[in-house]
Design a binder for this molecule. Structure first.
Ligand SMILES: CC(C)[C@H](Cc1cn(Cc2ccc(C(=O)O)cc2)nn1)C(=O)N[C@@H](CCCCN)C(=O)O
Ligand SMILES: [Zn+2]
Length: 308
């Protein structure tokens, strides 16, 4: 038949070899995975800004476009996370096609969800290397899609900071490597630094207590700043620790992300605030693990530790 799926191999942004699903169309291979939902397709913007751009193709199914290899392989991993952990079929729960575009614009130091697809710049090689080279970043961007199809948290002030926080929490948990966001692609010349830290948000200028929240208008009311508050709460719930004199018993990443996913998917609305998110998370923990579960105590204490 004309369209059949194949397995491609290629090199990722950090020089690692990986395999991923492709489609053979006639005698050309396309970066199109038809084994997950209604498909995962990776495009190139060819350093311009029209989206989605052109589907990436190759003659021998051995791929050398490092940004494309990682965008495609990592998107498949993110799809698998939501499907196997939460039974969620793609971003909308209905198998919607996932589209990624790499090589957006020139020296573009960012990655984003534009309401329909995810987009990655190549970075300028100093501040960022190709932004699709970090699984927690792809997880972050695709999680914005999941959030849009569930609570649809408005991207402004407290609901916007929550949107950002759940994207960080889900993206970081999908990678499950450390508590940093973007460390694999931020400042390739500097080891160990990152864009954001969930274990210590203040390391990169984010608050770790509600009293220190940003209340200005920049960045839609500090959505990438105030996300530190609930990022820290998640870290405490998963890992445990003492913060501002409050000791939290860790419950592990699996249970913590289960509570956070269910909260953002089923308990919040587009105008939820930090206060309503605290109550919703406690309720989700009760519904998932029982009202007298120690997990409910950990959630309550973690939110208290960050001033909520
Ligand atoms: C890796 C990724 C998660 C990305 C990280 C990111 C990139 N930037 C721009 C940026 C550019 C330069 C520097 C510098 O230190 O010189 C830092 C940040 N700000 N945040 C990010 O956080 N993107 C935003 C893009 C939001 C776009 C508006 N909707 C998002 O997805 O929330
Ligand atoms: Zn974001």
């Amino acid at each position: 038949d004309l369209l059949q799926h194949a397995t491609g191999t290629g090199t990722g942004v950090l020089g690692d070899t990986k395999t991923f699903q492709t489609t053979l169309s006639g005698s050309t291979y396309q970066l199109k995975d038809t084994t997950r939902g209604n498909g995962i397709t990776t495009y190139t913007a060819s350093n311009r800004t029209s989206l989605p751009g052109t589907i990436l193709t190759d003659s021998d199914n051995v791929w050398s476009d490092r940004a494309a290899v990682d965008a495609h392989a990592y998107a498949g991993q993110v799809y698998d996370f939501f499907k196997t952990k939460f039974g969620r079929n793609s971003l909308d729960g209905n198998g919607m096609a996932i589209r990624s575009t790499v090589h957006y614009s020139t020296n573009y130091n960012n990655a984003f969800w534009n309401g329909s697809q995810i987009v990655f710049g190549d970075g300028d090689g100093r501040t960022f290397t190709s932004l699709s080279g970090d699984l927690d970043v792809i997880g972050h961007e695709l999680s914005h899609g999941v959030i849009e199809y569930t609570s649809n948290l408005r991207y402004l002030n407290e609901s916007g900071a929550l949107n950002e926080s759940y994207a960080d929490v889900l993206g970081n948990t999908i990678q499950g490597k450390n508590w940093l966001i973007g460390d694999d692609i931020y400042t390739p010349g500097v080891a160990g630094d990152a864009l954001r830290s969930m274990s210590n948000p203040t390391l990169y200028g984010q608050p770790d207590h509600y009293a220190n929240r940003y209340t200005g208008t920049a960045d839609n009311g500090g959505v990438h700043t105030n996300s530190g508050i609930t990022n820290k709460a998640f870290y405490l719930i998963a890992q445990g620790g003492t913060h501002n004199g409050v000791t939290v018993a860790g419950i592990g990443r699996d249970a913590a992300v289960n509570i956070f996913y269910n909260t953002v998917a089923y308990y919040l609305t587009s105008t939820s605030t930090f206060a309503s998110a605290k109550n919703a998370t406690i309720q989700a923990a009760k519904d998932l693990y029982g009202t007298s579960s120690s997990y409910v105590t950990s959630v309550t204490n973690a939110f208290r530790a960050v001033g909520l």
